[in-house]
Design a protein around this ligand. Sequence first.
Ligand code: ATP
Length: 137
Amino acid sequence: MPLNVTILTPGRCLLKETPCRQVELPVAGGRIGVLENHTPLVTPLEVGEIRILPAEGETVQYLAISSGMAEVTPERVLITVHAAESAEEIDVARAQAARERAEKRLRERANLDIDRAELAMARAANRLRVARRSSGL
Ligand code: ATP
């Protein structure tokens, strides 16, 4: 049995028990790569990129995620996150607008909730980075 991966968000199941060779997850301080037979663990996920290496072929799938959790067992990875989009479905104009809003708030200090603006900035920058994957850059 190969490793399989499931990705859930509050409104959507992006992947359901999809067979794969490896899943790379953004965690505090870096990334972890999960292969089948991994030691069981539960870990928080950061805003970042998930990479899924397919069970067959070479085409890597890239997804942008917001924070959440991953539960790993020897045969599966269960990812539950606030938001997730594949590289192809990211709306670049929307992410650019979100980044500009966050930049403006941080510049003007118009909003004292700096943490919130920085998190919005991180989500937007991450989406823009992951969206570039779909154009092969
Ligand atoms: P925005 O200010 O544009 O709403 P946000 O970072 O506050 O961005 P989230 O709260 O992370 O948005 O996500 C809300 C929903 O919108 C989620 O379902 C997420 O997948 C989707 N979403 C947010 N931004 C984009 C985008 N640029 N392209 C596609 N889907 C997006």
